[in-house]
Structure formats: structure tokens, C-alpha cells
Design a protein around this ligand. Structure first.
Ligand code: SER
Length: 257
């Protein structure tokens, strides 16, 4: 931070929801102690600090359809607990010490460039790889499990927009952002428009299903849209076309190599 004259810090390190449940001590170390380290550095060096939060910061007692920015947050996962902690500590440091803390609650993020990383929303990334590779997919959530999702480009745009937003436009320090909500069966239907022979079976993972059932089905992001002009670009049909094209061309390159 000192040698490179860093002024903005984006802190992404975290174990995602499903892997965190399988290793709570590691999740505590990375998601909570790791965040404390970053918070100290940001406060000491007067940095603008971005930390992503998540749909996982809500729980079974939160309103799920839609979930507003301010409501009950009693997550039942260590991942969710660590993210509520980050939201509250960041906001506390902002009000107490003037730290320029900015936080977005991300939906499930979908990208062709990275492999799934142990989250509950990962099925919505893996499904594209398997559809291209074998036209078959085994889904670990029930077909009607609806969750908020977003394409990576929208996520990165929101992140830069909120970091660049004038302080005076921010009425809060933690915002929901939303693009679309869908269930596995809706995603499958959309993929079948491109790959009609695509076959899906359901083999529900009880840990992931319980997590998904406690999370928002739809995010209310009206404060982000009003305060700093948040607007998503990509809906479900465009997401599916983009993902199939990106992963399809990667696998063609791999085959010819
Ligand atoms: N994608 C994350 C997960 O499923 C949610 O923030 O854990």
C-alpha cells in the first residue's frame, strides 16, 4: 500500500457459502480475520475500501421476495455471518472514523472465465460447461429454486460505478444490486433453445438446498438505482447466449490445440 501509493482497495478474498460450511475454522480465518487485517490497513492509510457482500447476508427470517436493503439479517451460514460482520464493521468504521467504505451485495455471479468456487449458486456456472461438453448436467438444487443472479460484466460495472460515485450521492454504504432471478428449470429451458438435446437430472445436495432456501429469491435494488444510477445490461436470454458462445469457443480452441 505504501510503496505503490495505493488509494483504493478491493477486498475479494473469501470462502464461498458451501465450502465455508465444510471448514468453519478456515472460513473464520479468511472471511473474518482476513477482513480485519484489510480494515486496519484501510483505516490506517485512509483508503477507499470496497468489500463485496452477498445475497447470503440474509437468512430464513428475512423477507425473500423481494429482499430490501434494510431488513432482518440473521443468516445461518458462516459465510453469511462473516459478510454481515463485514457490512457492519465497514459501516461502523465509516461513521466512527470516516473510512470510505463501500459495499455491494452481489447476487450469484456468472462468468465464463472462472471455474465455480464452492458457492451455492455455482450450478448456474457449471451447467454451461457441462452443456457444451456432454449435453448433460446433474443439478444439485431443486428445479424451482429461484435465486438472484448477474453476469460478471454487470457486476464489475456496478463495482466501479459505486466506487466512482460522489460521496454525496451515497445515502447508504451497503447496497443490494440485482439483474435477474431464475430457477434451474428456467435456465435449462433457455439453454435448450440452443442445445435441444440437453438433458438434466436432479440430485439435490441437502446442504446447498437448505442454504438456497434461506436466501432471497429476488433482490430489491431500488436504492442503488436511485442513488448512483445502477442499471444492469444483461437479462437471462442474453446471459445464456453469451455464456454458451464464450465456453463453446474456448472448448473449440482446446480441441484444436
Ligand atoms: N455465490 C455465492 C455463493 O453461492 C453467494 O454470494 O456462495
Amino acid at each position: 500500500v505504501v510503496n505503490n501509493r495505493i488509494t483504493w482497495l478491493f477486498h475479494y478474498s473469501a470462502l464461498l457459502s458451501a465450502v465455508a460450511e465444510a471448514n468453519v475454522p478456515l472460513a473464520r480465518a479468511v472471511n473474518i480475520t482476513g477482513f480485519h487485517n484489510i480494515l486496519d490497513i484501510a483505516a490506517e492509510h485512509n483508503l477507499r475500501l470496497f468489500v463485496p457482500s452477498t445475497i447470503g447476508a440474509f437468512g430464513p427470517t428475512s423477507p425473500r421476495n423481494p429482499t430490501p436493503d434494510l431488513c432482518i439479517q440473521r443468516p445461518r451460514t458462516i459465510y453469511g455471518v462473516s459478510k454481515v460482520h463485514a457490512e457492519l464493521m465497514g459501516e461502523y468504521y465509516h461513521y466512527k472514523y470516516g473510512l470510505d467504505f463501500r459495499c455491494l451485495r452481489y447476487p450469484g455471479i456468472i462468468s465464463a472465465d472462472s471455474q465455480p468456487g464452492g458457492g451455492t449458486t455455482d450450478y448456474a456456472v457449471q451447467i454451461f460447461h457441462d452443456a457444451i461438453k456432454s449435453s448433460k448436467f446433474q443439478c444439485n438444487l431443486k428445479p424451482d429454486t429461484r435465486l438472484p443472479m448477474m453476469y460478471i460484466d454487470d457486476c464489475l460495472k456496478a463495482t466501479l460505478d459505486v466506487m466512482e460515485a460522489p460521496t454525496t450521492s451515497l445515502s447508504m454504504r451497503t447496497y443490494n444490486i440485482s439483474a435477474m432471478s431464475f430457477s434451474p428449470e428456467e435456465l435449462v429451458q433457455e439453454i435448450k433453445k440452443h442445445i435441444p438435446e440437453f438433458q438434466v437430472t436432479y440430485n439435490v445436495d441437502p446442504v446447498r438446498q437448505a442454504i438456497a432456501d434461506s436466501w432471497p429469491m429476488k433482490f430489491d435494488d431500488s436504492n442503488a438505482r436511485r442513488d448512483w444510477g445502477w442499471k444492469h445490461d444483461m437479462d437471462l436470454s442474453e446471459l445464456v447466449t453469451t455464456m454458451l458462445n464464450a465456453i463453446g469457443s474456448d472448448s473449440r480452441v482446446a480441441q484444436t490445440n
